[in-house]
Design a protein around this ligand. Structure first.
Ligand SMILES: NC(=O)c1ccc[n+]([C@@H]2O[C@H](COP(=O)([O-])OP(=O)(O)OC[C@H]3O[C@@H](n4cnc5c(N)ncnc54)[C@H](O)[C@@H]3O)[C@@H](O)[C@H]2O)c1
Ligand SMILES: O=P(O)(O)OC[C@H](O)CO
Length: 339
């Protein structure tokens, strides 16, 4: 059994720590909130993020980053993209010997246009990390903590590190595959949130199933197009971290991105949606980043562009849909691979 530390006790960090504790590992969960820390240790719950769930009693929470860093050789980062640099900066100051760094976050940083692993490389010195692994795939925390069957992918340029993470997490409800396409896995995980916002808007407008199937399929096409330009293997996007995560996020009642889109489709403003959610909606910032990436790489991403105009330029969802449907005619497959 291993010692593992998880940084971030929101929905996903808690669910990840839940799986590790179920597997018998000595898991320490770091949170910056003292009340939440006490609740996890004394009541074995995290009501704000995972209501009515009993957490394993061997899961121990702390608020001291140093304690969590020294506890373990495996550090798992589970904060939203916006907080990655801050927590990694803290880790970098406290790490004394090389650690395996795992991240479970799904986003791209606007302006720098860096993937999460690139942000980690910026913030944690090379001599302080053994390898970086991204754990990603169709996995809502709410279902993982019910021990419902879930499949996910551990991706790294270091094959041994990916296998190590696979071994840490695998059990009879959490099946982990390995992958070597870190770029494709991170791009798929981040950009599916953009399409999920659009799928939520579509349902909020009561457009129905044809429209949603179109969003998922053409969304995958534009994610693949961008991913290929960025050096990803196109096949990655047919896997768990591409199509798999796109399906779950565009169709699940648990998805915060889908829910946020749904409210926008019903006429709520972006500010109202953000303040009502209380949890991260990664797709909003990632839409900005994806718009910038499309420009940088000269890739056509009509759905991303349409969502960008709704979120940041005041266009109504209905106007954006009319604009999308009125574009010039084109071929389907050629469009994915050659333009
Ligand atoms: N919720 C899921 O089912 C799920 C599944 C897979 C991946 N993810 C990804 O995991 C990441 C985290 O999502 P989540 O669902 O846990 O979000 P959440 O909103 O439920 O919780 C985020 C947690 O991070 C903490 N936090 C925020 N900024 C921080 C900072 N700067 N320093 C330290 N802590 C900070 C918050 O206090 C909160 O406890 C996101 O990138 C998300 O896309 C989530
Ligand atoms: O709730 P969301 O929309 O942040 O999605 C959570 C996970 O990424 C689903 O795999």
């Amino acid at each position: 059994m291993e010692k593992v530390s998880v940084f971030g006790a929101g929905s996903w960090g808690t669910a990840i720590a839940f799986v590790l504790s179920d597997n018998g590992h000595n898991c320490m969960l770091w949170t910056r909130k003292p009340d939440q820390c006490r609740e996890i240790n004394e009541q074995h719950t995290n009501e704000m993020y995972l209501p009515k769930i009993e957490l394993p009693t061997n899961l121990h929470a702390v608020t001291d980053v140093r304690e969590a860093v020294t506890h373990s050789d495996v550090l798992i980062i589970a904060v939203p993209t916006k907080g990655i640099r801050e927590i990694c900066g803290q880790l970098n100051r406290l790490i004394n010997e090389p650690k395996l760094i795992v991240h479970v976050s799904k986003g791209i940083e606007p302006d720098s246009l860096k993937r999460i692993s690139e942000m980690i490389e910026d913030e944690i010195d090379p001599e302080k990390r053994k390898a970086i692994v991204a754990l990603s795939g169709p996995s809502h925390a709410e279902e993982v903590v019910l021990r419902h069957p879930t499949t996910i992918t551990a991706a790294s340029l270091d094959a041994e590190a990916a296998i190590k993470v696979q071994d840490l997490f695998m059990n009879n409800y959490f099946r982990v595959y390995t992958h070597d396409d870190l770029i494709g896995v991170e791009i798929g995980g981040a950009l599916k949130n953009v399409i999920a916002l659009a799928a939520g808007i579509s349902d909020g407008l009561s457009y129905g199933d044809n429209a949603k199937a179109a969003l998922i399929t053409r969304g995958l096409a534009e994610i693949t197009r961008l991913g290929m330009k960025m050096g990803a293997n196109p096949l990655t996007f047919s896997g768990l971290t591409g199509l798999g995560d796109l399906i779950v996020t565009c169709t699940s009642i648990h998805s915060r991105n889908y829910k946020a889109g749904n409210l926008l489709g019903q006429g709520k403003t972006l500010d109202e949606v953000i303040s009502g959610m209380g949890m991260v909606i990664e797709g909003i910032r990632t839409t900005k980043a994806a718009h910038q990436l499309a420009v940088r790489h000269g890739v056509s991403m009509p759905l991303t562009e349409a969502l960008y105009t709704v979120l940041f330029e005041g266009e109504t969802p209905k106007q954006a849909v009319d604009q999308l449907m009125g574009r010039t005619k084109k071929q389907e497959i050629e469009d994915i691979f050659y333009k």
